[in-house]
Design a protein. Structure first.
Length: 69
């Protein structure tokens, strides 16, 4: 398969992995989904984990497409 096709396929995988990891960490820390009483550090931690898993596939796709291979 072409690297471009693989890179496009990684974007939804990264999105799902980020959402699952962020929500799992939120639940692991003892907060229910949809609650607004969590401290800001919990929200930032979970959001950072989710963001950290979502962004690398997008950066990889950008690099692959900019090279034109």
């Amino acid at each position: 398969m072409n690297k471009k096709v693989i890179s496009i396929g990684l974007i939804p995988v990264g999105f799902v992995a980020g959402m699952v990891a962020g929500e799992a960490l939120y639940a692991f820390l003892g907060y229910e989904e949809g609650t607004t009483n969590a401290p800001i550090w919990v929200k930032l931690l979970c959001g950072g984990v989710a963001f950290g898993l979502m962004v690398p596939p997008i950066i990889y796709t950008s690099k692959v497409w900019s090279k034109g291979k």
